[in-house]
Write a protein that binds this ligand. Sequence first.
Ligand code: AMP
Length: 172
Amino acid sequence: MQDQLKAAVRDVPDFPIKGILFKDITPILQDPKLFRLAVDTIADRQKGKNLKAVVGIDARGFIFAGAVAYKLGIGFVPVRKKGKLPYKTVVTSYTLEYGSETSEMHIDAINKGDNVIIVDDLLATGGTAMAAATLVKKLGGNIAEIDFLIELAFLKGRERLRDYPIFSAIQY
Ligand code: AMP
C-alpha cells in the first residue's frame, strides 16, 4: 500500500531553488484512493491516544492535518507563517532547507496538558516541525506524535526531533 503512495510522489528538480529535489504530493491529492490512504495511514495509528487536536503546519500540512482531525473527530490547530493569524499568538523562528521562517500559533489554541499530534507533508531537516513543537510546548501541550507523509531520511530530521515520537508513511 505504501508503495502506491511512494510511486505517486512526483520529483521536481531545482524547485523552488537550484539543488532542491522537490517532492510534489499533488498527484496523491488528485487520486481519491491515495488521498484517503494517506489520511488513513496517519489517522488509524492514533486510536487510544486521547488526543485533543491535530496541529497542522502551513501550508501543505493543512491538507492532511485537517482531514485527519475530521476523521478522528477532534479539533484542528493551524501553525501559520508570521502575520497570517488574526488573534494574539505565540511565535518562534527557525531555519529550513531553503531559507528561514517564523511560525505562529494562537495563544488559546491549546490548553495545558492537552495531547496533540503535529502533522506535515514532509520531514526534511526537521526545523519546521521543531518550530511547531516549540509552539505547542510554549502553551503547555503534550506532543503524542509528529506525523509526516514523507521523510527525507538522509537529512536526519528525525535526529533533530529525537525528543518526540516520529512517524512517516514513506521514506527516501
Ligand atoms: P524542514 O523544516 O527542513 O524539515 O522542511 C520541511 C518543510 O519544508 C515541510 O513543510 C515541507 O513541505 C517543505 N519541504 C522541505 N524540503 C522539501 C522537499 N524536498 N520537497 C517538498 N517539500 C519540502
